[in-house]
Unconditional design. Structure first.
Length: 159
C-alpha cells in the first residue's frame, strides 16, 4: 500500500454575506448535497464522517470514507483535520481550511485542502495517480462551487 496525496487551493468572491456562506459551509447535509461524489456526512460532536461514492480514475476501485475533526472561529475560519476514531485505520483523509473574509461585494472565500488515499499501487504510480487525483479534485471543486452559488442564490465576481 502506498499513500498518494493532492492539494487544491481556490479563492472566489461570492455575492452573499459572510453569515450566509458560513451557515451553508457548517451544515453537513448541505455540504454533502453540494459536493460531487459525496454520498453522506454523519456528525458525531465535532467529528464529521464522510462517505464517498466510488472515485473514478485512480486505477483501482475505491469508495473512501474518512473522519475529520471540525474546528471553527465563527464566522471567519472553519478547519478540518483527519481524525479517525480510536483504533480505526482509514485509507483516506482530508485536511484543510475555509477562510471567509468580508468583501465589498460579499464574501471572499478561500479554500485550501489536501486529500490523501492509501492505494494498493506501487510508488512508481505516483505521477499518474496524482494527475488523476488532481482531475477528480478539480471536477469536485467546480461542482461544489456551482452548487454553493446556486444554494446561496449568489454569483461569483472578480475580486
Amino acid at each position: 500500500m502506498t499513500w498518494f496525496s493532492s492539494k487544491r487551493s481556490s479563492s472566489a468572491v461570492i455575492t452573499a454575506d459572510r453569515e450566509q456562506v458560513w451557515a451553508v459551509l457548517t451544515d453537513p447535509d448541505a455540504v454533502a448535497d453540494m459536493t460531487p461524489l459525496v454520498r453522506s456526512i454523519e456528525v458525531d460532536g465535532d467529528h464529521w464522517r464522510w462517505s464517498m461514492d466510488e472515485v473514478p480514475g485512480l486505477g483501482v476501485s475505491i469508495a473512501p470514507a474518512f473522519t475529520v475533526r471540525m474546528e471553527s472561529d465563527e464566522p471567519s475560519r472553519l478547519s478540518f483535520t483527519h481524525d479517525p476514531p480510536e483504533g480505526e485505520r482509514e485509507r483516506a483523509g482530508v485536511e484543510g481550511v475555509y477562510t471567509l473574509t468580508e468583501h465589498e461585494q460579499g464574501t471572499l472565500l478561500d479554500i485550501d485542502l489536501e486529500v490523501r488515499v492509501d492505494l494498493p499501487l506501487a510508488k512508481l504510480a505516483k505521477p499518474a495517480v496524482r494527475t488523476a487525483m488532481d482531475g477528480v479534485l478539480a471536477t469536485m471543486g467546480r461542482g461544489f462551487g456551482r452548487a454553493l452559488l446556486d444554494r446561496l442564490d449568489a454569483d461569483q465576481v472578480d475580486a
